[in-house]
Design a protein around this ligand. Structure first.
Ligand code: G1P
Length: 299
């Protein structure tokens, strides 16, 4: 049988964003800016650079701004044209032609596994990528390309992992792996958000997956798990009984934007690297920190 190329990516963006309430009451967390670019655009650019142009967004209530972001805005374009703002106009046009989006509505937020299952009619019986919007990778497309080549070699699902400190295992899905050859790892077991005692390792699922379409069958069989939600990790565990799942260790830095503190750290790190604002921000922060430490030092 001819090998099926991975052409589609599913981006689950229907979540409540409870960690950021009230900011997320009417605004998707995926639209939060890293300075001036929304988090979701980083994820889409990573896919594009890896050659994947078909993005299936699993959306929900209050997620319309994501659709607007990747759509054409003729009024804005006309305004920028008239104002002679060529550079930003070009950028705005580029965003509206970036991808071929499909929007699928998840009517009830029953968990990440349920969100992925909602995308089934748009994916069909093809292998596909799942990219979660919380995490930005320093070497995004390079990592996706390496995952794709693992998929092309074995034609089995591939899950991206990264090492986390022991006290953070409870924030992630955790995997137990076995190395079968240099840099080729097989998943042996998976646990969603374990306690440090239950965790089989400190290798966390980073939110980048390639799945064979068989995962849909397993998602249908998955019962509510951690937090009463239908968990993708639990469906992967069922898939493991039938098919091998490969693991891939992420290269480069991992930036979490899924909670206020990590989001802020990400914004600062990206801002400090920017040519236009980095230097001024650094001197502002240096002054702020020294003022703050003087206050702390005072008896
Ligand atoms: C989800 C997954 C988890 C994974 C994490 C990565 O959890 O369920 O396995 O490690 O994303 O960000 P969430 O962060 O949505 O609670």
């Amino acid at each position: 049988m001819e090998q099926r190329r991975v052409r589609k990516a599913v981006l689950p963006v229907a979540g409540w964003g409870t960690r950021f309430l009230p900011a997320t009451k009417a605004m998707p967390k995926e639209m939060f800016p890293i300075i001036d670019k929304p988090v979701i655009q980083f994820i889409v650019e990573e896919l594009l650079d890896a050659g994947v142009e078909n993005a299936i967004f699993v959306t929900g209530r209050h997620k319309r701004p994501i659709e607007h972001h990747f759509d054409i805005n003729t009024d804005l374009e006309r305004h920028l044209e008239e104002a002679g703002k060529e550079e930003i106009l070009e950028n705005i046009r580029e965003i509206s032609h970036m991808i071929n989006p499909i929007y699928v509505r998840q009517k009830q937020q029953l968990g990440l596994g349920h969100a992925v299952l909602t995308a089934e009619p748009a994916v069909g019986s093809e292998p596909f990528i799942v990219s979660l919007g919380d995490i930005i990778l320093e070497k995004g497309s390079e990592n996706i390309k390496k995952m794709l080549s693992l998929y092309n070699r074995f034609e089995r699902s591939v899950i991206a992992l990264f090492e986390v400190p022991e006290e953070e295992v409870g924030k992630y899905g955790i995997a137990k792996v076995r190395e079968i050859e240099d840099d080729v790892l097989l998943i042996e077991d998976l646990v969603e958000k374990p306690s440090p005692e239950e965790a089989p390792s400190n290798l966390a699922i980073v939110g980048r997956y390639i799945f064979t379409p068989r995962i849909f069958h397993k998602l249908r069989d998955t019962k509510p798990g951690k937090g009463g939600e239908i968990q993708l990790t639990d469906a992967m565990k069922l898939l493991l009984e039938e098919e091998a799942i490969y693991a891939y260790r992420i290269e480069g830095k991992v930036y979490d934007t899924g909670n206020p503190l990590d989001y802020l750290k990400t914004v600062f790190e990206f801002a400090l690297r920017r040519e236009d604002i980095g230097e001024e921000l650094l001197s502002f922060m240096t002054r702020l920190i020294s003022k703050q430490s003087q206050l702390i030092d005072k008896p």
